[in-house]
Design a protein around this ligand. Structure first.
Ligand code: URA
Length: 244
């Protein structure tokens, strides 16, 4: 697919007229015209130069938007849930664009989560070779020895996958409660990575929070609050993910 070609149903969905599935229905029901011709077959590709109409009304491309959410614990990193549990987009009720989370945090993890409707931007940030640094703070059961934790830098194996941290430090330990607070910096973003890394050295994570995403922090936000990224922040992220 050339750079500016997109599937018709995706272009309709991105305009905010309908969900991707509804867009497919609109196409097969004959409600969609491309350059004045009705199109009913799925999968045709269009460019920004093509005129797309739904029920005779030309669609406009939705402007791209970018948000930073302080995700609370107990929320799914998704736009909807089959079991009707809370999802991250429930926390941005004033946002009418079809935003989705860039990557995910576990249900029980809190912290920074970016949301956008810009798929290319999201893919760039999540590309395995270009993942930006993320800082996590974990409360774990037990008081690990520095030497145990230093294994993280070389990498530990979990389910046949090597998981690495760039930096790890113990922030504090509570000898009575036998718990520790540990900060980890990762650039990888593998599934449940932090929890699996601690499991690999026999420690249970009691609480987990993502405190930093690239240069972005939770400064000024409470759990459940969000803010728009500034154009400068969006550009900085874009530059980082293309240069890395
Ligand atoms: N690592 C995890 O284990 N969980 C998260 O939500 C994020 C990173």
């Amino acid at each position: 697919m050339s750079k500016h070609e997109e599937r018709l149903q995706k272009v309709i969905a991105q305009s905010g007229v309908a969900s991707r599935r509804k867009a497919e229905q609109l196409i097969s029901n004959g409600n969609v015209k491309v350059n004045n011709q009705t199109v009913t077959e799925m999968g045709i590709k269009v460019t920004p130069d093509d005129k797309v109409e739904v029920d005779g009304v030309p669609i406009e491309k939705e402007a791209f938007v970018y948000y930073l959410l302080y995700k609370p614990r107990g929320v799914i990193s998704s736009v909807k849930d089959d079991k009707d549990r809370k999802v991250v987009t429930d926390y941005l009720p004033e946002v009418s664009e079809r935003v989705f989370p860039i990557g995910r945090l576990d249900y029980d993890t809190s912290g920074i989560l970016l949301l956008t409707n810009d798929g290319e931007f999201a893919n760039q940030l999540m590309h395995p070779s270009k993942e930006v640094n993320k800082v996590y703070v974990a409360k774990v059961k037990g008081i690990p020895h520095k030497k145990e934790l230093s294994k993280f830098r070389k990498g530990v194996v979990s389910d046949g996958e090597k998981l690495t941290a760039d930096h790890v430090q113990i922030l504090s330990s509570d000898k009575e409660k036998k718990t520790s607070i540990i900060e980890l910096t990762l650039h990888e973003g593998k599934n449940r990575q932090v929890r699996r890394m601690f499991e690999a050295i026999g420690l249970q994570v009691l609480k987990l929070k993502r405190e930093q995403y690239a240069f972005l922090t939770l400064h000024g936000l409470k759990a459940g609050e969000y803010r728009a990224l500034t154009p400068k922040e969006v550009n900085q992220l874009r530059n980082m993910s293309t240069k890395l």
